[in-house]
Write a protein of this length. Sequence first.
Lengths: 415, 366
Amino acid sequence: MSHHSHGAPAVRAENIGHSFGDVPVLDGVDLSVDPGEFVAVVGPNGAGKTTLLRTLNGVLDPDEGRVTVGGDPVAELSARAVSRRVGTVPQHSHVGFAFSTEQVVEMGRTPHRSRLDWSSDDEPVERALERTETVSFRDRPVDELSGGERQRVLLARALAQEPSVLVLDEPTASLDINHQIGMLRVVRELVEEGKTAIAAIHDLDLAARFCERLCLLADGEIRARGEPDAVLAADELATAFGTRTAVTRNPVTGTPAVAALPDRPDVDGRVHVVGGGTTGERVVRALWRAGFDLSVGPLPAGDRTAALAAELGCPSVTAPPFEPVSASHREAATELASEADALVVSDGAGTVPDVAGRSPCIRAAFTDGTAGGPTTPARGDGGQPPTGDVGVDRSVETEAGLLDAVGVVCGVEPE
Amino acid sequence: MRIRSRVLVWSAGLSATLLCTIVVSARIGPVGIDTGTVLRATINTLAYPSGVSVDSARAGLWGYSVPVPVPDLGYTRPFDLPVDSSEQVIVRELRLPRILLGAVVGFALATAGAVMQGFFRNPMADPSIIGVSSGAAVGAVAVIAFPVAVPFGLQTAAFVGALITAFGVYLIATESGRTPVATLLLAGLAIQTFLGAVISYLLLYTGDSLEEAVLWLMGHLRYSSWADVEATLPLTAVVFVVLLAYARDLNVMLLGEEDAQTLGIDVEWTKRILLAGASLITAAGVAVAGIIGFVGLIIPHIMRLLVGPDHRILLPTSALAGATFLVAADTLARAGPAEVPVGIVTAAVGAPFFLFLLLRKEVHAL
């Protein structure tokens, strides 16, 4: 705000490198945050998020590189000068003795008062208490507050500093979901009013929902940065977290959401799935978990199997719903199917013969569970194709059976 | 109520208590003196400095001696109320210096204790936690074992020993400009253990002076003089004012060093000021009175229960309560048929009280 020269970033970290002993924690990190931005630093545990934030608020003087706040190098400012510009909300604060909420928030005035000034300039303290809805327990000792309440007190303390930049280290860690959202909503509002915020946020969905920019930090380096959609979809995200991820949409907010997918074996086998609905979805899920590479289609756009395949990043052919599948869609699907080792047809799909290609074809008609489509009446000896289905080599009724059958076709030993 | 008015009210109340305790204490002794006489004799004792002359004392070591100039402050006493001359001498030369020294030492130890407990964020910390008392003891016992004829040799040696130890512990625990509190605590513990061995070794060589050495180690105010008061009172007052000026910083330091820095505190500088201040007044107190335990531990603890953790009110109230407590304890120590070192009284009273707090769960976990 007032101390920003025009156009200067609110906070800028240039080529930050730091090691603790022999352990490198940050390596060549650049980060520039403009006034009025809310940037989330995301990344796995031990990525260096906290260390990066500690260089921004001047607590840690990095081995290499420099940090400027409003254009001035932090290393050349006194702690007092930095604390007037940057307010910090730590992840934890241990209060050894029983200070009240109001006393702790009043400590946020420290950088604005001379040492012998014991007056209480109540105005900023009151505003901070109200802003964070901590007024109701202003006289309670902070060591008796719940985690969510204490986090709000720490935010109020930072607001009492009247800084232009807020640095928040995992402000939502260890909070209930309602407190997480409440906390970030207040920060978001403050950003709308002109403050700049940089937060390490563990929860990718919350980061995507409240921040305009994400910055993915892993192994001390920035791996991806930009708008939430782009960062969450980036391959670097999966690499950074060491797990497969799926990007979906939050059904309410419409913001991207990330789901970490369960570990799955890496199996050598491509399977094409035809037929959607709940059975198709079950087939895709079971085969994906078992480790097969998948493709699907043709499926009507909006089909749940098609949506699942998209989240899992599987190639698929989708056609407009409520009309016959066009020749070009059919052709595309046939091409996918012809590259597959096996073809699985979920029950009810009428297009089997057209895309069957040369792959052995397995028909899945689950009789277990509630989510199955129309069931196959025949409960014959496994492996016998139901009569009347042209080109079906084998029919299965359970997911286990499906995996067995596909495994045999692809030459994979069942686990 | 705002902090300033709370500080004023509490300080006024505790000051009144201290004054009453002093008057009562001055009445008590082998010769009972009534309150009116005590008050008149005390007023007669009031004096203002009126000039400096230089005396020559002789200082010597192992048979050699040299003259040493000693500045001597001249005083003028403006009052001369009618008091029996022997009672006047008892009050002025025996009781008042001892009582005032007790008050100053109690004031200093309780202040240092409050600061150290805040500094280490540990309610079990006491003024000698970084080895100040052990260092003083080495100096004092060394002088008792190997006497030197220097004026105030014992006090000087104890004071210097205390400061060297505190500074040494600080240096050991400091690496590239930072002094982690945990390292300081452990270094202090190690040095105290080592100095304990030195003290025991020195005690072997005290010979006929063993009793004097043991008395000193227990802490007593028996040989208090006006000179002791003149040396400790100004130092304690100045350091107290400095520490009080840092009371708010100390509050913020209680949130943790990293939080304190983000709130604009120059953490390492503040730690140095607090450590130096607390060590200085502890050294001053211990040098004239020996090792008096529990005052610096118990008093801040009680006051924290009464007034809360804010050091702006905790420091002055602890100081005044510490002064009152030590005057009362010393009165008890000398009131019996045989005088006992006041350190025994403070420990005997303090330890059960501490257990009481412990059982009431007022003492937090370490």
